[in-house]
Every structure is written in C-alpha cells, then in structure tokens.
Design a protein around this ligand. Structure first.
Ligand SMILES: Nc1ncnc2c1ncn2[C@@H]1O[C@H](COP(=O)(O)OP(=O)(O)OP(=O)(O)O)[C@@H](O)[C@H]1O
Ligand SMILES: [Mg+2]
Length: 228
C-alpha cells in the first residue's frame, strides 16, 4: 500500500571542505510521516534538497524505482519532481509578481495539465483563502502566505510533501493552525510528508515519527544534552 517513493543509500554531502551529512540510508514510502528535528546548520535543508532531487550528493545514491536519479538527465528528474513531490518552504516561496491563485496553479501549468483541471481555486478555498485568490503575496499575512504555500505544494496531488521549516516565520498560534490544516489535508489527500524544523513543538502538532539530525547523521533519539 505504501510504496517506496525515494531512498537515500549511503548518502553523504559536503560543501567543499565541510562535511554536512555522512552515510545516510533512509527509505521514504508514500505513507511516510516524519518530523526531522535539528538545530540551525545541522543539515535539514541539505537533507530535504537531496530527498527532493534538487541537490546532488557528494557520495552515495538517491534511488527512485531502483535507479540512481543522478544518472538520469535533468529533464527526467524535473519531470519526476513535478509529478510526485510537493515542496513547502520556510518563507512560503511564493512568486511576488503572481497572485495567490496564479502561484498555486503554477505547478500545474508547468506540468502541462489542461487548464480545466487546475484545482488552485479549490485548494485555496480549502486552506481558507477563497476570498484572497487575486491577492499578491505582499498583501497577505505570514500565516496566509504559508497556507497558500501549502496549497501550492498540493496542487499536483503529490505522493510526498517535503516541508522545510513550514512554520519558521510564524507565531506559535499560527504555527499550530498551519500544522492542524496540514494534518487535515494529509488525512484527506493521503500524501506522505517529511517536515524539517528546529522547533520541537511541531512534534506535538504533527502526528509523525520524530528523527533527529546531528553529527551529520539521522537518529531516532535526541542528542543526550537535549534530553533533559
Ligand atoms: N551552498 C552551500 N555552500 C557552502 N556551505 C553550505 C551551503 N549550503 C549549506 N551549507 C552549510 O551546510 C550546513 C548545513 O546547512 P543546511 O542549510 O542544510 O542547515 P539547516 O539545518 O537547514 O539550517 P537552518 O535551520 O539554519 O535552516 C551549514 O553549516 C551551512 O553553512
Ligand atoms: Mg534550513
């Protein structure tokens, strides 16, 4: 039922001299629900970028359908990303010159989905922004922008949603609301997710398996000094 979507096999990443991630082996299935916790600079964005086929590892393989995706031409990786993945970024990542509706429909436009099947309007209604379809990103609040970012990530009905500090710019109440909405949508649409954050509170809001990233590796327990 929950097919494997993407796997990291012995993946390491360094930027020049600096090793960031070391020998990570991890398979994500379509039913995955993970929260990856780690302090600033621990490698969360690096990890998500590799899971998202956006960043090439220094060693090891990123595997999809049994194949090393970095042996594929970029066009094939891009097609796979748009077909199967949704991304939520810390600052929502909305394009400032497009309205919320245009932003949410953009991935469908890129995928060549016929206009009659664009579901941006429904998704924005679903996240409570049905009345702000033609607003521009600078005209909405941080929380509204994040909700629009969530709608955009879901526009292509992805199997897996990768969310990098999805509530990083929000106050506690807004964070909680965005997480609640995220869970509701997950139950409805059945996508897997990996949420990366430095905010342990998200563990309470999201019903997910926690993983900690430190010393360049993934662990199923927090680092000792933070256990108190
Ligand atoms: N393009 C790059 N060139 C050089 N070093 C980089 C680059 N991107 C990230 N790094 C370094 O790699 C480490 C991990 O960065 P990463 O962005 O993955 O951390 P993070 O856990 O997402 O941090 P934050 O919580 O601040 O977003 C950091 O030390 C960072 O300075
Ligand atoms: Mg980051």
């Amino acid at each position: 039922m929950s097919a494997r979507v993407v796997s990291l096999q012995g993946v390491s990443k360094d930027y020049g001299e600096t090793p960031v991630l070391t020998d990570i082996t991890w398979s994500i299935s379509s039913g995955a629900r993970y929260v990856v916790l780690g302090s600033s600079g621990s490698g969360k964005t690096t990890l998500l970028s590799m899971l998202g086929l956006l960043l090439r590892p220094s060693a090891g393989k990123v595997v999809v359908h049994g194949e090393d995706v970095w042996q594929w031409p970029e066009k094939q990786r891009a097609a796979w990303r748009t077909a199967h993945l949704g991304y939520v970024w810390q600052d929502a990542g909305l394009l400032p010159e497009l309205t919320l509706l245009e932003n949410v429909n953009l991935p469908l436009h890129i995928r060549g989905v016929p206009r009659s099947q664009w579901n941006g309007r429904d998704l924005l209604e679903r996240v409570g922004l049905g009345k702000r379809l033609s607003a521009y990103p600078h005209e909405v609040s941080g929380g509204e922008g994040q909700r629009a970012g969530l709608a955009r990530a879901l526009a292509g009905s992805p199997k897996l949603v990768l969310a990098d500090e999805p509530t990083g710019s929000l106050q506690r109440k807004q964070s909680e609301a965005v997480c609640e909405l995220f869970l509701e949508l997950q139950a409805e649409l059945q996508f897997g997710f990996v949420v990366a954050t430095h905010n342990e509170a998200l563990l309470r809001y999201l019903d997910a398996e926690p993983l900690w990233i430190f010393d360049g590796r993934l662990h199923n327990k927090p680092p000792r000094e933070e256990m108190l």
